[in-house]
Design a protein around this ligand. Structure first.
Ligand code: ZN
Length: 139
């Protein structure tokens, strides 16, 4: 296994390797692979695209490959920004629901200070950290 890795490192030396466009093409190839089960034209297109993807990785023409990658990044900048926004809001929502599931907010009856406490502890005595008032609530 180590010998294979050494060989691979030596083989890839001076070659372009992977970039954003390459990863995108790999993803497209994967999807097309599945579709090509049902359609032989798609199968041929998939083989061609896999060829292009590997050609780019093996290429020694760094300038041309970088230019392709930059063009790809520029073309997809808007989409990637939108996608990033969506992913961020998904992450935020799941963080919020984790928060709601595991913590409960209580309001001190005396000073209205908001207190965040872990749920599922049963009935406990809560001590307000602002005014020191104590009250009992079910968590
Ligand atoms: Zn208080």
């Amino acid at each position: 296994m180590n010998r294979f890795r050494n060989w691979l490192v030596r083989f890839m030396y001076g070659r372009y390797g992977q970039d954003a466009l390459g990863r995108f093409l790999m993803g497209v190839c994967l999807v097309l692979c599945i579709v090509s089960i049902f359609n032989s034209y798609v199968y041929i297109a998939t083989l061609l695209l896999i060829g292009v993807t590997y050609y780019r990785m093996m290429s020694r023409n760094f300038v041309a490959r970088r230019r392709e990658n930059e063009r790809f990044l520029k073309m997809t900048a808007g989409i990637r920004r939108q996608f990033g926004k969506i992913m961020n809001s998904v992450r935020r929502n799941s963080a919020n629901s984790y928060e709601r599931q595991n913590y409960k907010i209580f309001k001190c009856p005396q000073c209205k200070q908001k207190l965040r406490l872990p749920r599922h502890r049963g009935k406990i005595e809560i001590r307000c950290r602002k005014c020191g008032n104590q009250f009992i609530r079910r968590t």
